[in-house]
Write a protein that binds this ligand. Structure first.
Ligand code: ATP
Ligand code: MG
Length: 393
C-alpha cells in the first residue's frame, strides 16, 4: 500500500471554552435523550465521568503504556462528525501516545434495531476506510469484527448470568435505542447488547474506553459484570478482569441536523466522507431557533450551540468567541462559518479516504490481520475464564 498510515491528519484543537464541563448541558434541553429519560440516567453520571476523564488524562500523560483501549462502532453507515469529535479523535490521540488499542467493528449489534443487516460487508469496509482516513494505524491498532472472534462471543454466556433482567431493562440508552428502533418488537439481542458489549471490552481486558455520553450506562454495566465475575470466580484476590473507565472527549454529545444526538441511523448526520457541497446542504438544513443573535448557551439553545461548538472545534477556537464574532448576523452566517470550517478541517481526511478506497484489498487485509490477533487474545482470556469457572475438562 503506497499510502502511509501515519501521514499527517488534522490535529484536534482544544478550545478553552469547549471543556467537557461547558458541553455537558448539551445532553439536556431538547435532545432526544430527554424524551426517553436517557439524559436523566446519563447526566447524573456525567460530572463524575468527566472528573474521572480528567484524572485519567493525567495518568495517561504520565504512563501511556499502562493502559489498554477498546473502542468501536456499529457498521451501520458512514462515520460522522459526532464520532470524530466524540471519540475518533481520542482514539487516534491515544494510539499516537503509545496506548495499546483495539478497535471493534460491532457487526452483530447492527441487528439489535433492524431485521436485516443490509450490505454489511460494504458497511464494514466503509468503517475501516473511515478509520484509516482519520489516522488509525493498523500497525499500532488492532481493527477486528466481533463476529469473527468466537471466544469473545462465548464470554456472553457467563456474563449474562451475572446481570438481572431488571438491570438490563432499566438501561436508559437501551430504552432510547428501542424508541428509535426500526423493529416493531424488541429483540433479545437488543435487550442484551450491553452484556455483549461487556464481552467486547473485557475479552482483551481493556481498562480505557473512549466513548460518547450515550455509552456511559453500558460502561457502568461492564464494570458491574467485571466486578461480579471477579467476586464470584476470582481466586487468591487476583481479579480476572479490570473495571474499565470511560474516557469522554470535549464533545461527548454532538447534535445532528434535527437537534437530537447525531447518529448514523437517524438521517441527521454529517458524514466525514461527505463532499463539500453535501456538507453545505446538510449544515443549511440544520435546526436552529427563532433568535437572530447567536450565542453559545448549550442549556438554553442546544441546536445553535452545537453548531457553534462544531465550528469552534474545527477552528481551534473558544465557542463563546466564535458566537460573539457572528453576533447579530444570524443563523445563516453561523451556518456559513460552520460549513467553511468543517470542509476545511475535513479536506485532508476526505482526500486520504478517497486514496484508501482505491485499494480495498488492503482494507480487507487489515481486517483479516486484526481478526487473527483478536482471536489469539480472546482464546487466552476464555482459557482464564474457564479455569476460574472450573469448566476446563
Ligand atoms: P447508530 O445510529 O447506528 O447507533 P451511532 O451514530 O450512534 O450509530 P455508534 O456506532 O452507535 O454510532 O457509536 C460509536 C461511538 O461513537 C460510541 O462511542 C458513541 O458514544 C460515539 N458517538 C456516536 N454518536 C455520537 C455523538 N453524536 N456525539 C458524540 N459521540 C458519539
Ligand atoms: Mg449508536
Amino acid at each position: 500500500m503506497s499510502i502511509s498510515a501515519t501521514s499527517p491528519v488534522p490535529t484536534l484543537p482544544a478550545p478553552a471554552g469547549a471543556s467537557p464541563g461547558t458541553y455537558r448541558e448539551q445532553g439536556g434541553g431538547k435532545s432526544d435523550e430527554t424524551s426517553t429519560g436517557a439524559t436523566t440516567g446519563t447526566t447524573i453520571g456525567m460530572s463524575a465521568a468527566q472528573r474521572r476523564s480528567a484524572e485519567l488524562e493525567e495518568l495517561i500523560r504520565q504512563d501511556p503504556g499502562r493502559f489498554r483501549v477498546l473502542t468501536g462502532d456499529r457498521p451501520t453507515g458512514r462515520l460522522h462528525l459526532g464520532h470524530y469529535f466524540g471519540t475518533l479523535h481520542n482514539r487516534v490521540r491515544l494510539q499516537d501516545l503509545g496506548v495499546e488499542t483495539f478497535l471493534i467493528i460491532a457487526d452483530y449489534q447492527v441487528l439489535t434495531d433492524r431485521d436485516v443487516a443490509d450490505r454489511l460487508d460494504e458497511r464494514v469496509e466503509d468503517l475501516v476506510l473511515d478509520y484509516l482516513a482519520v489516522g488509525i494505524d493498523p500497525a499500532r491498532t488492532t481493527i477486528f469484527a466481533h463476529s469473527a472472534v468466537s471466544a469473545l462471543n462465548q464470554l456472553l454466556l457467563p456474563f449474562l448470568s451475572l446481570v438481572s433482567v431488571s438491570e438490563l431493562s432499566r438501561n436508559p440508552t437501551v430504552k432510547d435505542e428501542i424508541a428509535h428502533s426500526r423493529q416493531s418488537a424488541v429483540s433479545g439481542l437488543m435487550f442484551t447488547y450491553p452484556a455483549h458489549q461487556a464481552a467486547d471490552i473485557l475479552f482483551c481486558k481493556a481498562d480505557l474506553v473512549p466513548v460518547g455520553q450515550d455509552q456511559l450506562p453500558h460502561l457502568e454495566l461492564t464494570r458491574t459484570i467485571a466486578r461480579r465475575f471477579n467476586d464470584r470466580y476470582g481466586t487468591g484476590g487476583t481479579p480476572v478482569f479490570p473495571e474499565p473507565d470511560a474516557l469522554l472527549s470535549a464533545a461527548p454529545l454532538l447534535l445532528g441536523t434535527d437537534g437530537t444526538k447525531m447518529s448514523k441511523s437517524r438521517g441527521n448526520a454529517i458524514p466525514l466522507a461527505a463532499g463539500a457541497d453535501e456538507t453545505a446542504l446538510l449544515v443549511r438544513s440544520a435546526k436552529t431557533d427563532a433568535h437572530r443573535h447567536i450565542a453559545y448557551d448549550p442549556e438554553a439553545r442546544p441546536e445553535v450551540s452545537s453548531l457553534v461548538l462544531l465550528a469552534a472545534l474545527c477552528l481551534g477556537r473558544d465557542p463563546h468567541e466564535v458566537a460573539a464574532d457572528i453576533g447579530d448576523k444570524g443563523a445563516a452566517a453561523l451556518k456559513a462559518t460552520v460549513t467553511e470550517a468543517v470542509n476545511e478541517y475535513l479536506a485532508p481526511i476526505r482526500e486520504r479516504r478517497a486514496r484508501y478506497a482505491q485499494d480495498l484489498g488492503y482494507v480487507r487485509q487489515v481486517l483479516r490481520d486484526g481478526n487473527e490477533i483478536a482471536n489469539e487474545v480472546a482464546e487466552t482470556t476464555l482459557g482464564e475464564v474457564r479455569a476460574a469457572m472450573k469448566t476446563l475438562y
